[in-house]
Design a protein around this ligand. Structure first.
Ligand code: PMP
Length: 301
């Protein structure tokens, strides 16, 4: 396995070629998963909802009491610069902040110097495009989503092992993706995605134990614009079995249809009409540049 091809990466205020963009092996982000991140994307030359992503990143930082020296306004410029320096119009963009390094690599968050990283890659999707066109097969995993009593899923933290293990369970069962229940048994999310279902023309999405997804928010906004009623509430696994449609939402992949859950077809077994309508509206939204921030080379300072 090789590293991604050369690109320019921001590390602690400096832009470096990716092969020289290094952080310490003693970084608490690596040793303890002590850090947070956010993933955004650009398409048609616009970064989508950059301020909503940075606001969520700022909330994640605050929730883990991590203070970074870079104000969010400067980080915003650095995100645009990083995408521009890589010459990308369609990009997968990640901002990561870790507790960083301290005198000794112990589980002590005090006295650490934080690490801040921004990278941009040509756009990447979580799901295989060939599978997206026909729909993914999902497994409701035995592994539950970590509850807010332990680590609130609204924090976009570097602790994704829970989701990685759920995905491995789904792969081991011959499925494409995992669906996780929360500790009360309600449907919450998938690894890297929020979940939606459609019942009697209404779109329904879980209320709790989830990351506050920007794509989820966008799909709810588009539903309102298209006069599709929406409900944000508890969703039991029973509803997956009786849903007309199920789909996932994420920055990395947009809207992704689920056509089989635990071996049973969802509705007709094909991506459904409301999924298709919302996908068209989502694509048109990207092309329009609404909620977009232009990637201007002028931002390079
Ligand atoms: N849930 C989790 C756990 C995620 O990691 C993501 C991806 N960031 C999402 C949901 C979807 O959020 P968004 O639409 O903001 O990408």
């Amino acid at each position: 396995v090789t590293e991604p091809v050369r690109s320019v990466v921001y590390v602690n205020g400096k832009y470096r070629p990716s092969e020289e963009a290094t952080i310490s092996v003693f970084d608490h982000g690596l040793l303890y998963g002590d850090g947070v991140f956010d993933t955004m994307f650009a398409s048609y030359g616009y970064i989508f909802k950059i301020d909503q992503h940075l606001a969520r990143f700022a909330r994640s930082l605050r929730a883990i009491r991590l203070e970074i020296p870079t104000p969010i306004a400067d980080l915003r410029r650095a995100v645009i610069d990083t995408v521009a320096r890589n010459g990308l119009n369609n990009a997968y963009i990640k901002v990561v902040a870790t507790r960083g390094i301290s005198a000794e690599p112990l589980l002590d968050p005090r006295g650490c110097t934080p690490t801040v990283i921004i990278f941009a890659r040509p756009y990447l999707s979580l799901a295989d495009p060939a599978k997206v066109s026909t729909g993914l097969h999902a497994k409701v995993t035995s592994i539950r989503r970590v509850g807010m009593q332990a680590l609130d899923p609204r924090i976009k933290s570097l602790n994704y092992l829970n989701l990685v293990l759920a995905r491995m369970e789904a792969y081991a069962a011959g499925c494409d993706e995992a669906l996780l229940l929360d500790d009360h048994g309600y449907v919450c999310e998938a690894p890297g995605y929020n979940v939606f279902l459609v019942r009697e023309g209404h779109v329904v999405t879980p209320a709790y134990s989830i990351l506050e997804g920007i794509t989820r928010e966008t799909v709810l906004e588009l539903s309102a614009e298209l006069d599709i009623p929406s409900e944000i509430r508890a969703v039991s696994p029973y509803e997956l079995a009786v849903a007309d449609e199920v789909f996932l939402t994420s920055t990395a992949g947009g809207l992704v249809p689920i056509t089989r859950v635990d071996g049973q077809a969802v509705g007709s077994g094909k991506p459904g009409p409301i999924f298709s309508q919302l996908t068209r509206a989502y694509d048109a939204l990207q092309e329009s540049g609404r909620f977009g921030t232009q990637i201007t080379r002028a931002a390079i300072g």
